[in-house]
Write a protein that binds this ligand. Sequence first.
Ligand code: ATP
Length: 284
Amino acid sequence: MATPAVPLSGAATAAPVLSISDAALGYGDRLLWAGLDLDVVAGQFVAVLGPNGSGKTSLLRAILGTQPLTRGRIEILGEPVRRGHRSVGYVPQQHLADRGTPLRARDFLALGIDGSRFGLPLPSASRRRKVEAMLDTVAARAFAGTRIGDLSGGEQQRLRIGQALIGDSSLLLCDEPLISLDLNQQRAVSDLIDASRRDQDRAVVMITHDVNPVLDMVDTVVYLANGQARVGTVEDVLTSEVLSDLYETPVEVIRARGRIIVVGLPDHAHEGHEHAPHHEGADH
Ligand SMILES: Nc1ncnc2c1ncn2[C@@H]1O[C@H](COP(=O)(O)OP(=O)(O)OP(=O)(O)O)[C@@H](O)[C@H]1O
């Protein structure tokens, strides 16, 4: 069960794991977003929301050091971002492995161990212990020896999370990790990510289609839309006033049975939350 997001003790003074200052990102003449300032400390959970094409994945790429900013600065643990930073774990957007992929689930997890990617394998007993423990953590023991291409989407997704969690990263970046999972799997995957935040004090930045499955874990929301960025708590950002201002059209945010429902979004912007009561629980 996830613990509710609580104010982080000492958050104001702790050195940030991730620090983004006065950042803007665009491609050519097209600006995706600007004015983004964000400090993320250990144990903090950040949800990135916004309509399709607003630049959420581009933001993760900038944090990964694979996409330069148009303006501003990003630091990880006080150093400018760079590709392949050992302190950053990444769960990419889900795509199914090819049927013929020969890699077995157990070996797929082992690829996430720090060192194995850099040709410096840990002593094998210690590697094995880590992999065996992670097989249990992501409930993958039953298919440990199965080729990943033969696994279901949800099983593959649990392995992808396990591969990202098995290293020693301080920051976990997840791009829509819950998409196309059923409700039980969504819960299992979000609980795994939340447990790694609580137990290993990782900071988490997660792009999510719908904030509701992670509502009780989120400390901070980054909402990207219409070339702008808004940062704050759920209560600060997911309000009728802020979203109406961002979308430049009247938008209503309703809280019903502990869920957030947004009514009146422009047609192209149905993402980032449930958008109408009759679609409750649906994927968009
Ligand atoms: N390398 C690139 N060069 C030019 N345009 C790009 C590049 N990468 C992404 N884009 C465009 O930038 C916009 C934002 O893309 P991005 O994937 O960051 O958005 P997103 O918010 O993650 O979208 P979605 O919710 O659909 O995944 C899109 O219109 C995309 O086509």
